[in-house]
Ligand binder design. Sequence first.
Ligand code: SF4
Length: 370
Amino acid sequence: MKKTIGLYVHIPFCVKKCAYCDFASFSGREGDEETYVDAVLREAERRSGLEADIATLYIGGGTPSILPPQLMNRLLSGLRKRFVFLPDAECSCECNPGTVTADFLSVLRSHGINRLSFGAQAAQPRLLSLLGRIHTWARVEESVELARQAGFQNINLDLMLGLPTQTIEDVKETLEAALQLSPTHLSCYGLIVEEGTQMRRMVESGAWTLPDEDTEREMYELCRETLFRHGFAQYEISNFALPGFACRHNVDCWKRKEYIGLGSAACGFLGSTRYQNPPLLSDYLAGKPAEETGLSPEDAMFESVMLGLRMTEGVSNRDFLRMHGVSINEVYGEKLRKPLAQGLIAWHGDRLRLTRRGMDVQNSVLVELL
Ligand code: SF4
């Protein structure tokens, strides 16, 4: 049987940089969009020789929905020409609600995109403005409505927690507003104040104050409880889905399934090598090669545990044994003792999982294993 892999395509353009964003994304580069799509298709041509079918496609960014419909059409037709997609492939596209049009969505549908992910973030105008988002909540509602009219049923909304001035009441209101839109999936991310961002400068200068740890934990708990009540299951630290709607692309990445990454800053994982394309648009367009990192057996085992523990199902010892030829206990038995005793991780039959408490301190658990 032919193997299956994932495909990720990075679109690095945005209307405007958000205050918290350290992703490889650039504003004011509309003139480069066409050249970029052609460069991605050339890369697709180079990387398309693998004997593998595409099980999942994820178009992320940046803002994929910033591309004019005819360019997205060129990109998707080009990918379909170069790769063989499984008939039931999960094909996702990230959209910024400030940029979505009916024409754009219709192009996505015509090429088999069957899952949309909207960066909605928060329902309060003051928070959207503080984040530097280009849309209102009304625009989120309109975009989801447009998506429904175009025939999309599988819709994710990204929400953010732990924002400066955000209250528990704000989170409650945002969750209610989000659930009104009947999404199949919600991602609730805690804000990370990244170096070099406007957010970092504002927080460090004292102009913006973050909620304390207890309040942020309470926000997260509120998300969990509210979403459980509405039939969502948590399948990863930040991700919740109705039955059958977990994002297959992300789950495959956490299970260390191979994937091709195309575009500037895109990462890929093939065989025992991870690669990253040049993060700078100019370097990518100039044809600078990807940086490749060969994984040692130890790296691969650590990845299995690190990525597996993000998921609520945890890491299967049987899968670990099949993949690496040794059991989790043979490699990490000694190092697991402390977090097991502290109740941060626990065995559930064949699976090692983070406990609820362990989810809050995932990084310190991983440091024990390093
Ligand atoms: S839209 Fe997304 S990628 Fe673009 S600047 Fe904002 S957070 Fe970053």
